[in-house]
Design a protein around this ligand. Structure first.
Ligand code: HEM
Length: 98
């Protein structure tokens, strides 16, 4: 199993809107080939920070979704959202155990 973790921190006062956007996410990714599930986390010490973890059967499934469907899956991103530029990163993991 392959896991992609996207991390970002909101720079303006919009964390609640982002929280709601994730709760009401479009669920388009749910139909993507190889998609297994996602979790959206926010660390207790920083409500402006989000960790989006998506699990895939393999890395290629993720790459295909990212290349072809990333944009349509992000139409609900709140307008006017500003990110702390240095906070954004995507890290990739192989899952060792359940
Ligand atoms: C750093 C810039 C990013 C921001 C600000 C952001 C923000 C958001 C927000 C607010 C949503 C929920 C609303 C919507 O779906 O439109 C969302 C959905 C999602 N994001 Fe991101 N995202 C970012 C990058 C990424 C990256 C790099 C990945 C992949 C590793 C990712 C994976 C997803 C997935 C899988 C969904 C759910 C889409 C669906 O339900 O179809 N995001 N993102």
């Amino acid at each position: 199993m392959f896991v992609a973790v996207s991390i970002f921190e909101i720079a303006n006062d919009m964390a609640e809107e982002v929280r709601q956007a994730f709760i009401q996410r479009p669920h388009l990714v749910d139909e993507a080939s190889g998609f297994l599930g996602m979790q959206v986390l926010s660390p207790q010490e920083n409500a402006n920070e989000f960790w989006v973890m998506t699990s895939w059967t393999n890395e290629d499934s993720y790459k295909v979704w990212y290349k072809e469907h990333m944009k349509e899956s992000h139409q609900g991103v709140p307008k006017g959202l500003k990110l702390k530029r240095e906070s954004t990163k995507v890290r990739y993991f192989d899952k060792i155990t359940k």
